[in-house]
Design a binder for this molecule. Structure first.
Ligand SMILES: *[C@@H]1O[C@H](CO)[C@@H](O)[C@H](O)[C@H]1NC(C)=O
Ligand SMILES: *[C@@H]1O[C@H](CO)[C@@H](O)[C@H](O)[C@H]1NC(C)=O
Ligand SMILES: *[C@@H]1O[C@H](CO)[C@@H](O)[C@H](O)[C@H]1NC(C)=O
Ligand SMILES: *[C@@H]1O[C@H](CO)[C@@H](O)[C@H](O)[C@H]1NC(C)=O
Length: 295
């Protein structure tokens, strides 16, 4: 019996749970919706056009249909515009899908309402897809079409660079999905090997565990690194080119914490096995020496 193997078992068990959570967080409206990769704040979309004197024609029609009182207040006009266009307040991206909804109690912070008190109220999520590719332009175009208002992405002056930047991330996004699946499988194998490691006492079993756990760590580490790259790059691209049309993106720091905590647990398991190999080796040599002395 090797009771010290219980520690890596617990670490790997935790890592297995976290890797599942990374893959499935937000895949349903009620399941960890706040663990998103990034959130796109579309509540002010078109605000660049609201302040223009002569917005393009379909928007002009919308503005003239609004009550005068609203017409005066630019921020309210933007609110009214987004809802008339059928665009949700935000879109949050997950590994398998995206969710959308409204900010509550209101979109903009004010003197009595700090930004931290504004909560997301998710009203729906897209269906889960393996190799899900996030395309904000497509989603918003679809909403515009459904709303029946004759406004296109071009009318909103949707920047080409956002699409180009996001498209470049699609291959990485697919790789992230595959790597999480591989990580789950490898962490599971490492967990099974660790359970056998409790029974097997030899140095060989510890060495095998070092090997398997190292491979699992590699997969989980690369998955976490790639997903971090997608999050950081995606947020930057959107913020850089989207500001002019009222788009804002924010990083999903809770998700990043989750994935790196998972990778960290696999790392702890690996350290435990390496220590086991070293200490176990010394223990064996010492007992061999004692046996030689008595024998
Ligand atoms: C801030 O916004 C909230 C929610 O819309 C509103 O109830 C409150 O009156 C606002 N406060 C100020 C000072 O404008
Ligand atoms: C969230 O949205 C739903 C549907 O739009 C609404 O019925 C509900 O009251 C909202 N919840 C909060 C806390 O605003
Ligand atoms: C989502 O899945 C449901 C049933 O599984 C289906 O009826 C619906 O059309 C799907 N929606 C999309 C957008 O694919
Ligand atoms: C949404 O974005 C606008 C600017 O585009 C910003 O003023 C507002 O504070 C953001 N709201 C939230 C809840 O992040």
């Amino acid at each position: 019996m090797r009771l010290t193997a219980i520690f890596p078992i617990l670490c790997l068990l935790g890592a297995l749970v976290l890797s599942f959570l990374c893959l499935f967080a937000g895949s349903k409206q009620s399941f960890l919706p706040s663990y998103d990769l990034l959130t796109l704040n579309t509540s002010r979309i078109g605000s660049n056009l609201v302040s223009e004197n002569s917005p393009i024609e379909p928007l002009q029609d919308i503005f003239s249909a609004l009550p005068d009182a609203i017409n005066e207040e630019i921020s309210q006009r933007a609110d009214a515009l987004a809802s008339r266009l059928g665009v949700d307040d935000f879109y949050s991206v997950h590994i398998l899908n995206y969710c959308f909804g409204t900010y509550t109690p209101s979109v903009l912070p004010n003197a009595t309402l700090p930004l931290s008190d504004i909560k997301r109220n998710i009203t729906g999520c897209s269906n889960r897809t393996a190799m899900f590719e996030f395309s904000p332009g497509e989603i918003i175009e679809q909403r515009l079409n459904e709303s029946g208002v004759d406004v296109t992405l071009d009318d909103l002056q949707w920047p080409e660079d956002i699409q180009t930047g996001i498209d470049a991330l699609h291959a990485v996004q697919a790789a992230v999905f595959i790597l999480y699946c591989i990580s789950i499988a490898l962490v599971f194998v490492a967990l099974v090997a660790a359970v056998f490691g409790v029974v097997g006492n030899g140095r060989l079993s510890a060495c095998v565990n070092v090997l398997i756990t190292a491979v699992a760590l590699l997969a989980f580490g690369v998955a976490s690194a790639l997903v971090t790259a997608v999050v950081v790059k995606g947020t930057d691209v959107i913020n850089q080119h989207g500001e002019q049309i009222g788009l804002q993106a924010s990083r999903g720091n809770k998700f990043l914490a989750l994935t790196w905590a998972g990778a960290g647990l696999v790392f702890l398991a690996l350290v435990a096995w390496v220590v086991e190999v070293c200490v176990g080796g010394r223990r064996k040599r010492r007992s061999g020496y004692a046996a030689a002395k008595t024998g």
